[in-house]
Write a protein that binds this ligand. Structure first.
Ligand code: SF4
Length: 280
């Protein structure tokens, strides 16, 4: 745990003033600072991984579509019943929509989501032989699948590097002053130039985990933030360490993140339930 998570203010960190003070940052300095932020986040969230439970690309694409406007934990509580009843795209494509709606009700917007996942399954069966395609240009043609969902699938089910520009990612990269862009595709292009391709998928996890746990939309916990000395937006949120620690979001379900069933390969690699953030 770095000094910010242990409660020191940025000015006490021994690494100088928070970034952003003084003259404009050169491109080289920006790249260095961006990569340093990612290294720090990788240390804090060494166990960062996709927070949706899935066992194959089909389950991941469906779970990602279902995750709109709800938590990953809620999706993880819902998908076991869905995949037990409809384990393949063929099964879901032929499903009775009313029965699917009943299962998906807890995730909200369940009628639209039912339409999307049945439509998506039909397209997989009719156009891709019942397999989830491993190419961006094919994935984005599927009903309910945009670039964000496509990159989640490519990065986490196929091991192809991708930047996931979700709401957390958009907010944080602007706070970090990595880019001033607001359009997701332009953000993706700008950030892809700051990092090597091999880092894209993990970078997405680190930034999204930080957004979920510390750098919240409305009340960022700056006083408990491990990257405060590198962040030009330090001070946008609570800077008092004790008050900031109270804002931290804790792990759910006994495992790091919101997964109820972390994959065995992840547990074998040393994954373990994380202590509550800020407890060190
Ligand atoms: S919590 Fe505050 S200091 Fe940390 S990244 Fe967010 S805005 Fe910056």
């Amino acid at each position: 745990m770095t000094e910010k998570a242990s409660g020191k203010k940025a000015s006490e960190s021994g690494r100088g003033k928070p970034a952003g003070a003084g003259k404009p940052e050169s491109r080289t300095a920006l790249v260095r600072r961006a990569r340093r932020i990612d290294r720090e986040l990788a240390e804090v969230y060494s166990y960062a991984h996709p927070e949706l439970d899935f066992e194959n690309p089909f389950q991941l694409v469906v779970a990602t579509v279902l995750s709109a406007q709800t938590t990953d934990l809620r999706v993880n509580q819902t998908t076991p019943a869905l995949f037990a009843k409809y384990p393949t795209p063929e099964d879901l494509a032929a499903a009775n929509p009313e029965e699917v709606e009943e299962i998906l009700r807890p995730t909200g917007f369940f009628r639209a989501k039912t339409k999307s996942v049945i439509g998506l399954s039909k397209a997989l069966v009719e156009d891709f032989g019942g397999e989830v395609p491993g190419r961006l240009e094919d994935l984005v043609k599927l009903p309910g699948v945009g670039r964000k969902t496509a990159f989640v699938v490519l990065g986490n089910a196929y091991g192809r590097p991708g930047i996931t520009v979700d709401t957390h990612f958009q907010r944080l990269v602007r706070r970090f002053r990595w880019t001033a862009e607001t359009d997701p595709e332009k953000i993706e292009a700008a950030i892809s130039e700051l990092f090597p391709k091999s880092a894209w998928t993990d970078l997405s996890h680190h930034v999204i985990w930080h957004g979920r746990r510390i750098c919240h939309a409305r009340k960022p916990a700056c006083g408990a933030c491990p990257i405060a000395p590198l962040c030009p937006a330090y001070g946008e949120g609570e800077t008092d360490p004790d008050k900031a620690r109270k804002l931290l979001k804790y792990e759910k379900g006994g495992f790091p993140g919101q997964r109820l069933n972390p994959p065995q390969s992840y547990l074998d690699a040393g994954g373990k339930p994380a202590p509550p953030l800020g407890s060190a």
